[in-house]
Design a protein around this ligand. Sequence first.
Ligand code: SF4
Ligand code: SF4
Length: 369
Amino acid sequence: MHATDHLKEAERLMTVCNSCRYCEGLCAMFPAMELRRSFADADLNYLANLCHGCGACYVDCQFSPPHEFNVNVPQVLAKVRTGSYKSYAWPKAFQPMFDRNGLAIAIVAAISVAAFILGFTLWHGAEVLSTDSGQFYQLMPHNTMALLFGGVALYALFAMAMGFATFWKEIGANSVHAASGGSLWQATKDAAGLRYLDGGGVGCYNEDEKPTDNRRLFHHLTFYGFMLCFAATTTGTLYHYLLDWPAPYAWNELPKLFGIPGGIGLVIGPIGLMHAKLKRIPDMTDPAKFGMETAFLAMMFATGLTGLVLMVARETPAMGVTLAVHLGVVFALFLTMPYGKFVHGFYRFGALALYAAERKAEQPATVAG
Ligand code: SF4
Ligand code: SF4
């Protein structure tokens, strides 16, 4: 018995694919599947998170629709992946947020926090909103900012770690010593290069049967853009606390050198991914995932855009409003992170680490009973 109809359908497909094995060279999912003779829910969640949705097995399959076998691996595994994010989310009471896709919650949170900061400022010292000094901490003291944003970021990290721990345990990762350094390093390389988004070497299938590398490019811009923005915030915090060197920083200081390309990546990457999503052959996508992915891309885009606008406007009278809006967006991003598409990076990394370990051990993991 499977928990959902999508898991039941995934088991049927894995049984067909395990007899056929035509696609075994396309990605990690097929070799991982071939190690198994039966498919518990945790096995299917693991396999679904190994799939990068490149579409190659759909285009190559002689049994894909309209064939009566109706084999559609990318779409079914996308549905199982969406289900896995929800079923492992922590705390359980918040799992329904995946169904509501979080965009409305993120917008309300962003507007509320921005309005709160602006209201607080108007009450305590309205003149800050019309100066062009570029002094961020006149709007909100650094320690208050660190407490507020550190708190919500720690919550997001803790919630995502709890969800990931359940996933890791249930897919049986510890049974094949997946935590070994070699497997983690292999997974890091595979995830960092999006190795399995290449359709077996030719590229990813999106709007037609001509493979391209566009999705990988835009994903890289989004991912590395986010990491650079994270590095900008981290170096800014270290400068503040370790060197007693508060913001704002000059264009040639590390927080800016990380933040500017990071912000540009976060603007261009999500636009490209959204365009690819709208053009994608509907047969290969999970319609229910559309809202969740749109919310994720919208939040990434808003974070990058408001950050860049703030950099440009920081020494103008618009600084106060742009800072409040940017802080509101960042707060909302952290708050909704554990309940949207952001978590896919963790589960994908975990699945890749287990796959690397299984390859070494040449045996499948033992899933939790
Ligand atoms: S997707 Fe189709 S061609 Fe590929 S292994 Fe499965 S059944 Fe065979
Ligand atoms: S869609 Fe691509 S990544 Fe997913 S199972 Fe098929 S070939 Fe592998």
